[in-house]
Design a protein around this ligand. Structure first.
Ligand code: SF4
Length: 253
């Protein structure tokens, strides 16, 4: 049987890092955006493209709602539901998982900003390369620093945002959602992926640090490991959630 070129809805289950995505060729959203970007000439064109893709998303929402027998307009005017949504949102921002993720991102960004450690380290490495000392080794170190920092920066704030979504949509609505394939598992799984990737990135930087900074990073790693365990406790079925295209064989331990 011929497989579909695009995996339906794959963009709802990813970390939105298209540049690094191994399934970009199977993603309709990515294909559409690339097509539109080819024609961008000015800031005005860009704003128009963003507006078009927003209206496409709204159209898609209406189609899904119609299929599920939900009247989106009725929902918008329902004050009780709006209040409930607001309460859930506020509760989510007080939830221990969210607070722990926020604490991690604040600590990490503050440390990166204040210490400026890796910029200094890179300047030193560049100097060594310029004078011909261990050129390949030092080029590799710069590559590791750049890669690790881009990973840390990418997920730093996404983890808490995804956790807030998973908390708000927990428990699932049994009338409309599956026990496993549901919104809170989708968001929690992306948060877990962010944690795993961030931990690997911090680990790769550890050996370049002096003792004082090493302790700080080890504490961040401990915090991420605790957060991961707490997510798995809060959402014990999360590993059974399969992200279309991405998770055919993988699960996070
Ligand atoms: S599936 Fe990949 S290409 Fe598509 S939006 Fe997500 S990260 Fe980007």
């Amino acid at each position: 049987m011929k497989s579909e070129k695009y995996i339906p809805g794959i963009y709802n289950y990813c970390d939105r890092w298209c540049e690094k995505c191994q399934l970009a060729h199977r993603c309709k959203l990515y294909a559409d955006e690339q097509e539109q970007l080819k024609n961008v000439n000015s800031q005005d064109d860009f704003i128009e493209i963003v507006a078009k893709s927003l209206s496409k998303t709204i159209e898609l929402l209406y189609t899904i709602a119609e299929e599920k027998g939900i009247d989106l307009d009725a929902i918008e005017t329902d004050e009780e539901l709006e209040k409930e949504r607001q309460t859930k949102f506020e509760e989510a921002t007080q939830h221990p998982l969210f607070l722990s993720a926020e604490e991690y991102s604040n600590k990490a960004s503050q440390w990166l900003k204040e210490k400026d450690y890796f910029e200094k380290e890179k300047a030193e490495l560049i100097h060594l390369i310029e004078i011909g000392v261990d050129v390949e080794k030092h080029k590799k170190s710069i590559q590791i620093i750049d890669e690790a920092l881009s990973i840390i920066n990418w997920y730093q704030f996404q983890i808490s945002v995804k956790l807030s979504t998973s908390i708000r949509f927990f428990p699932h609505d049994a009338e409309f959602e599956d026990e496993i394939q549901n919104m809170h598992h989708a968001a929690a799984k992306i948060a877990l992926i962010g944690i795993e990737n961030s931990m690997k990135a911090w680990q790769s930087l550890l050996e370049m640090l002096n003792e004082e900074n090493e302790d700080f990073i080890l504490n961040l790693l401990l915090q991420l490991e605790r957060l991961k365990r707490n997510i798995l406790t809060q959402f014990p079925l999360v590993n059974q959630f399969k992200r279309p295209g991405f998770d055919e064989r993988k699960s996070i331990q």
